[in-house]
Design a protein around this ligand. Sequence first.
Ligand code: GRF
Length: 220
Amino acid sequence: MTAAPAKVAVLASGRGSNLAALLDARERDDLPVEFVLVGSDKAGAGALRLAEAANIPTLALDPRSYPDRRAFDLDLFQRIAASGADWLVLAGFMRILDGEALRPWVGRIINIHPSLLPKYRGLHTHRRALEAGDREHGASVHFVTAELDGGPVIAQAYLPIEAGDDEQSLAQRLLPLEHRLLPAVLGLLASGRLRWDGSPRFDDQPLAAPLRLGEHGLQP
Ligand code: GRF
């Protein structure tokens, strides 16, 4: 008898290309998980349409119908818990999460962020990397804590910055790397090789430095 696949919920505010990458990996049998819910703070998010097309239950909650951030987040997390999700993936979920609402989920939520964290938390990461004159840029997947884009980094994909790059070209070249990075990290969580024990552990050792996305997947 094989173990039941890990149950995963995804939150996204936008077009959902990272969600699409997760669904594709699942479809190719590269990612042994079951997607139990896709939620959004934007009823018009493309991610919700992708989920509907894949017959995954969806949830759209409007933050404006709650008295404050905490009330929204508590309701959101309660509904995610009710979906049976073991893991929650933030794939372009453009909201800061309330620390109190988040607490029971710490160690079970990951986020993808388009920078080499700890550089450039928050918005406009491509522009900031260019303005700083960086020679490389990238994306990170990290465990989510109450600190914005501040939880322990699990894995990163690197992208050299070329002469003539602008925000758009960087975003365009980075996205396909994000689409490999996120399913790869989720796969490690689902397999149990990566886990949280107050801090990240990989193959039963403390994760000393972020894994790095290479040609053949994630490497220490
Ligand atoms: C990605 O760049 C991701 O790194 C960031 O938000 C963007 C989401 O894009 N957190 P998509 O909706 O997955 O296409």
